[in-house]
Design a protein around this ligand. Structure first.
Ligand code: XIL
Length: 352
């Protein structure tokens, strides 16, 4: 059984996409009592299993060991965004993203670049640009970053969070104000030109199940497909609450309609909060487990869903604390012990 799983992972690695093709997986030897690696189960299911990381955490040997053992896909949580790369106009710093890409390449992981055009993490100097200068700088930024990582990333989140929650139209960002609605199609065309091998995604939150937001996302990407824009898929962020998770059947139906456009889909930033239902009690951690299991299972069952990525893996580090307050949203606790949530994900990947 174990041998079959390993063979399936190697076969997946061998026949996969050419961009960012991994070297042979080199997960560290398992210590006693270590849980089965998620990446083996995901490989057997034909999926990638990912996490967001920050390069500084890779120096922590416990963090690095758990990351390498369980994941075969990685997203830079912060360091491939525009602001950290180009805080000063014209001077680019790729060191953080490069460290993540090098760690990944050495361990047979694929990389998802994140995110080329987003209304947050924009360098402050961008705000003062004229429309013409902004057009020039956005194009130069996309070209430069996508070219820098060409051959090293499987995919890019090209445009992130462009839908406005209140109006369900396009968000009134500086990009839309100065460049018009076409900035989205243009971003995909430029990214494709700079890295024709990379899979190009539109990524957003709150549009996981059927509903107004997911209808707006669907309409946006259908419009891009209809215009012949080079888009390959949609990322469903899946930052959810254990007390009010998205409807499982609705997520499946949403993934299906995206797949019917000929696009891929992925779970791109999943975490499951328990703060608003009273924190990490045993009962709440079990609710969290079942949310992880049921939603990852939707991806496992949907052929067009090629990856499930979590927005971190240990409760020692999560963006949730700054954004929403105390919580325990991830698969491992702060001491790196697997939580019930981990078992939920493993069960989903193993179809049990
Ligand atoms: C967050 C990171 O987790 C933080 O470390 C950073 O300070 C801000 O961005 N949606 C996204 C991600 O697409 O890029 C965000 O990541 C979380 C919400």
């Amino acid at each position: 059984m174990k041998r079959a799983v390993v063979a399936a992972v190697l076969a997946l690695a061998a026949c996969g996409h050419t961009a960012g093709a991994p070297t042979a997986p080199t997960t560290p030897p398992p210590a006693a009592n270590e849980p089965d690696p998620l990446r083996a189960a995901a490989g057997a299911a034909g999926k990638l299993v990912g996490t967001a990381v920050q390069s500084a955490f890779l120096n922590d040997s416990r963090y690095a060991a758990v990351f390498a053992r369980h994941f075969d896909y990685v997203t830079a949580e912060y360091e491939m965004k525009w602001d950290p790369i180009e805080r000063t106009r014209g001077s680019e710093d790729f060191s953080g993203g490069d460290a993540i890409a090098a760690f990944a390449a050495a361990r047979g992981m694929r990389v998802k670049g994140h995110a080329l055009v987003w209304h947050q993490a924009v360098p402050s100097w961008v705000g003062g640009l004229s429309a013409d200068d902004l057009r020039t700088e956005v194009e130069r930024h996309i070209r430069s970053v996508a070219s820098h990582y060409r051959g090293r990333v499987l995919a890019w989140d090209v445009v992130n969070e462009a839908i406005d929650d209140a109006t369900l139209g396009l968000r009134d960002s500086t990009f839309r104000q100065k460049l018009g609605d076409r900035y989205i199609a243009d971003a995909f065309r430029i990214a494709h030109d700079a890295d024709p091998q990379a899979l190009l995604f539109y990524n957003d939150y709150g549009g996981e199940a059927l509903g107004g937001k997911s209808d707006a996302i669907f309409a946006l990407v259908k419009g891009l497909v209809d215009q012949g824009v080079p888009i390959d898929g949609v990322g469903l962020q899946m930052h959810v609450r254990a007390g009010a998770p998205p409807d499982e059947a609705g997520v499946a139906a949403n993934m299906r309609r995206i797949a019917a456009l000929g696009l891929r889909v992925n779970i791109s930033e999943m975490d499951v909060r328990v703060g608003d239902i009273g924190g990490a009690t045993p009962a709440n951690l079990d609710r969290q487990r079942s949310v992880y299991r049921s939603l990852v299972a939707v991806c496992v069952a949907e052929p067009a869903c090629h990856a499930a990525t979590f927005w971190g893996f240990t409760d020692a580090h999560s963006w949730i604390y700054a954004a929403y307050g105390a919580d325990a949203p991830l698969l491992f606790d702060a001491q790196y012990a697997p939580k019930p949530a981990f078992s939920g994900v493993l069960d989903a990947l193993m179809r049990r």
